[in-house]
Design a protein around this ligand. Structure first.
Ligand code: MN
Length: 349
């Protein structure tokens, strides 16, 4: 079980990691054209870190482009450069590009296809915090202890003495609060709070960011959550497991978009005595079922269950894509959770 880290001032960090961070900053400084890539279904951390880097790039006179698979959810539209996010299913690698930067992507498949055929002179920078990151970049700066990619990037910019303006600070604050659930999840460390203090000192107004991100729901999204809530069922010896699902028809019925499921699974985790939550979503584009998992401390991890279904992620927040019809997926996930729990109960309890 991962315990929160002991106090570690932001300026004093592991020397190997600090070296990687400075190398990463130098590679960024040396390139004149950056292309930032976001993973599918981009979340608050991916958006916060990408917009922070976009702004920093413009401040340094770079040509910056930002690509992704999915639209930025409307509650993040208050951030700078969101209007410049280009939806490109398959970006054609361009020999003019100096640097490809993947943020918050555990592997390249979450970024863009065709990376292998890229111009050999173009470096790939991989900045992330997923513990299962495949280190696919030519330069990898991955800190699995960090709460978020925003935190890793903040440390890179701080180590390299890049100016962190109020605008950049607002992007970072949005990213770090998204991944830590406003500093409530177990990935929150003393460094995370040092980062938050630094961002506030640079002019971030937390109630404003909270209001933009959270009190900005669409009624369609809330209705979608309602459908998911009505279906929640619990099982296990003490009802410790809870699951719900959403079909394509549900999204159509309430006119909701795919991004409306962000944070939904965390609501399931607020049920008394539930320590493992599952959300299954029928994915219209892939024809597959997307499974999301959350686990509390002291129970089989979300990552264990996700991995046994061919997925991955963080220990307490993970997911997998299942190539089964929804009804089968529900049964398979139920059995996988039970099996993983039984194995965990024997060995780790
Ligand atoms: Mn993240």
């Amino acid at each position: 079980m991962k315990k929160p880290k002991a106090a570690e001032p932001g300026s004093v960090i592991n020397s190997e990691l600090r070296k990687q961070m400075l190398e990463t900053a130098r590679a960024l400084e040396d390139a004149s054209s950056w292309v930032i890539f976001s993973h599918i279904k981009l979340d608050g951390d991916a958006i916060g870190s990408s917009t922070a880097l976009f702004e920093a790039g413009l401040n340094q006179g770079k040509r910056v482009r930002w690509m992704g698979f999915d639209p930025v959810p409307p509650n993040y539209s208050f951030l700078p450069h969101v209007d410049k996010h280009i939806i490109r299913k398959k970006y054609k690698f361009d020999s003019e590009d100096d640097l490809y930067i993947f943020l918050d992507s555990a592997n390249e498949s979450r970024g863009v296809e065709g990376l292998k055929e890229r111009s050999p002179r173009t470096a790939v920078v991989n900045i992330d915090h997923h513990e299962d990151n495949t280190l696919f970049g030519t330069l990898n700066c991955v800190d699995a202890e960090a709460s978020s990619t925003s935190e890793v990037l903040w440390r890179i910019m701080t180590a390299a003495n890049w100016p962190i303006t109020q605008t950049i600070a607002e992007c970072f604050y949005t990213g770090v609060t998204a991944d830590t659930g406003w500093f409530a999840f177990t990935n929150t460390t003393s460094t995370t709070h040092l980062m938050a203090a630094d961002l506030l000192a640079k002019g971030v107004d937390p109630p404003r960011i909270y209001s933009c991100v959270r009190n900005n729901r669409s009624i369609e999204g809330l209705r979608l959550w309602g459908l998911a809530f009505l279906r929640i069922f619990r099982w296990g010896e003490s009802g410790q497991f809870a699951m719900t699902w959403l079909t394509r028809r549900d999204f159509a019925a309430v006119n909701a978009v795919a991004s409306e499921t962000e944070m939904l699974i965390n609501q399931i985790m607020t049920i008394q005595d539930v320590s493992f939550a599952v959300l299954l979503t029928d994915d219209e584009e892939t024809g597959q079922v997307r499974a999301s998992f959350r686990s509390k401390e002291g129970i089989v991890t979300a990552a264990t269950v996700a991995r046994s279904l061919g997925g991955g992620g963080h220990s307490r927040a993970a997911g997998a894509q299942l190539a089964f019809p929804l009804a089968d997926a529900i049964q398979i996930v139920r059995e996988t959770v039970e099996k993983a729990y039984a194995e965990w109960a024997v060995t780790d309890r």
